[in-house]
Design a protein. Structure first.
Length: 361
């Protein structure tokens, strides 16, 4: 069978009409259910998603109209005409060019049958099919905001479809087969992928025991029960055999931070000798210099006399009280008779030379 090249197909009577010039029965007229073109859907609220879509892409699918005297009545496509009118209203306020609606003339005799067929014979894609279409759409460099307009859904629906793509393959197969609802599967997407099928199976058992159909609330109940269940204690590690290789750094326990002890007396004495005596003695107050001399030399001698010098040298001040035993006090030596003070030598002052009688000029 030979194929025709482009633009050699049968031509139809396609019109481009302003949406305000098209008559919607029941909205632009007072007609009701007795009119063959009346449809209750004309009373629905305006679909904001459809308005955004038409504002971005225009009316993609032509509507069907019939001629009635000097007017063109809409046979199918009422919601598209209403959305196009709203788009033009906004464009007029902005001073932008208005859009036109593609129309084809319908010669059908069974007008009510045409209206029913247009609205009822539609098969909506499953959520997973929409999710895969969304994935391909975003892979082309589009944003989620553009996807909301193209699909005519909210941002939450976009995120829900993306969650379906994170499901384990066996769970996706259940959703495609219609055995698991999309809402229940989306709720299970928050579980680790290798546990999702098990969570779905447990939720299905809960729903069956209650005589209900599997829903998102059953998955939520299973997840909450799993989270509240106590975790099994970890088994203790087996002791390493003698001569075995040392544990790797990843398996070893963390090295505790080093314990910092106070400085020993020897370290303090060295500091005084290096800094205190060497740097300050010549400039310090005599009392301060005397104190430094005592701490640097006199105190170790007193400690040596009591037998605690070595202990003080190896332990910090805070450890001294806990580790050093109290030494018995040595008996006091009898007081010696005070010696008489030596007589002070008389102070002799040299005489100053006499002043000259005449001062030199």
């Amino acid at each position: 069978m030979a194929t025709k090249s482009g633009f050699e197909f049968t031509r139809t009577n396609l019109f481009m009409a302003p949406p305000e010039a098209l008559i919607i029965v029941g909205l632009d007229t007072e007609d009701g259910v007795g009119h063959p073109l009346y449809d209750e859907r004309v009373k629905l609220s305006l679909d904001e998603a459809l308005v955004k879509n038409i504002g971005a892409y225009g009316v993609l699918q032509p509507i069907a109209i019939r001629k009635n005297g000097d007017t063109a009545e809409v046979v199918v496509g009422r919601q598209r005409v209403r959305a196009a009118r709203e788009v033009n209203r906004v464009r007029r306020e902005r001073g932008e060019p208005e859009i036109l609606v593609p129309c084809v003339r319908s010669n059908a005799s069974d007008l009510p049958g045409v209206v029913i067929s247009e609205n009822e014979l539609r098969r909506e894609d499953s959520p997973l099919v929409k999710a895969r279409k969304l994935q391909r759409y975003l892979a082309g460099g589009r944003t989620e905001a553009e996807a909301e307009v193209a699909f005519g859904v909210s941002g939450q629906s976009i995120r829900n479809w993306q969650a379906l793509l994170d499901l384990a393959p066996e769970v996706q197969a259940e959703v495609d087969a219609g055995r698991v609802s999309a809402s229940a599967a989306i709720m299970a997407a928050g579980t680790k992928q290798d546990e999702q099928a098990e969570v779905i199976a447990e939720a299905a058992k809960v729903a069956e025991d209650r005589g209900e159909k599997l829903a998102a609330r059953h998955v939520t109940a299973v997840q909450a029960a799993r989270k509240a269940a106590p975790k099994a204690p970890k088994a203790p590690k087996a002791p390493e055999a003698a001569g075995s290789a040392s544990a790797s750094p990843d398996d070893s326990e963390e090295t505790p931070p080093p314990v910092v002890l106070p400085p020993t007396l020897r370290e303090v004495k060295g500091f005084w000798e290096r800094v205190g005596l060497a740097g300050w003695r010549g400039k310090a107050d005599p009392k301060v210099a005397a104190l430094l001399d005592f701490l640097a030399s006199g105190l170790p001698e007193h400690l040596a006399a009591s037998g605690l010098a070595d202990m003080w040298a190896e332990t910090g001040p805070d450890e001294k009280a806990a580790k050093a035993p109290k030494a018995p006090k040595a008996p006091k030596a009898p007081k010696a008779e005070p010696e008489a003070p030596a007589p002070a030598e008389p102070m002799v002052f040299a005489k100053a030379p006499p002043l000259p009688s005449v001062l030199p000029l």
